[in-house]
Design a protein. Sequence first.
Length: 286
Amino acid sequence: MKNIFSKIIGLGAVGCTTLLLRSFYERKKFKVVHYNITADKISRSKKIVFLTDLHNNSFGKNNKKLLAAIDKISPDLILIGGDMITVKDKLGIENVLPLLKRLSNKYTCIYANGNHEQRLVENKFGLNYHMYRRILESMGIVYLSDSSIDVGDNICIHGLDLEKKYYLRRFKKPLDKGYIKERLHIDKSHYNILLAHSPLFIKDYAKCGVDLTLCGHFHGGTVRLPYGIGVMTPQFHFFCRLVVGMKRFGEMVEIIGAGLGTHSINIRLNDMSELIVINLKGRKRD
């Protein structure tokens, strides 16, 4: 009996060690994920890199591996969906600013807020929200906070701020009526891309008339089950389907990135970090 018990304990220890090592690997590596989107409104093809939820992580010294992968892709545009920094018990930013500086020197970068950027309003760390925004804008980065920019070729990018109450744990609070309409003007003749950090409000995003929504926030579900089901999100939603991948609601496409980092729950299983590439193409020839 003791031998059987010892074997069970030993197998359990080996299993836990294997899972921990696998989780460490998935947090320190990333994969490049490609999505192809074709639409009549797109007048010229665009290659977009989408970054989200880095949380001050670094892939190699000074994010050398991440930069090399982006350079290899050679995007027309880099869209950033928030939570590049970590603002919790301490401020994690030292790996972010050098990365953004190098990217902005080469590419057009457009940045929208996640919940961690918005926490800088609390100003507990000697760097407030407006200071952070000014630093990024001084690099030439376009910072969208409930605002929009026309990037040409009939494409308009919008950045939506979601209030703190929409990031509360354990339950989903519906968006207030008219929430998006009050903050953004959506001209449906354009191809409209919405940067909205949380993927939960997919129905509201579709109703406002955008064509493509880019989200993150849920870190791929932490531990991912088959069919893209996430065991747990940072907001403690369990067995959620809106954690990663391409979703469709009506005529709108929502792409949810698994992100490039973690913070409080430092686990990834079957949930490798992602660098996302979106290939936008018109149905007509460029």
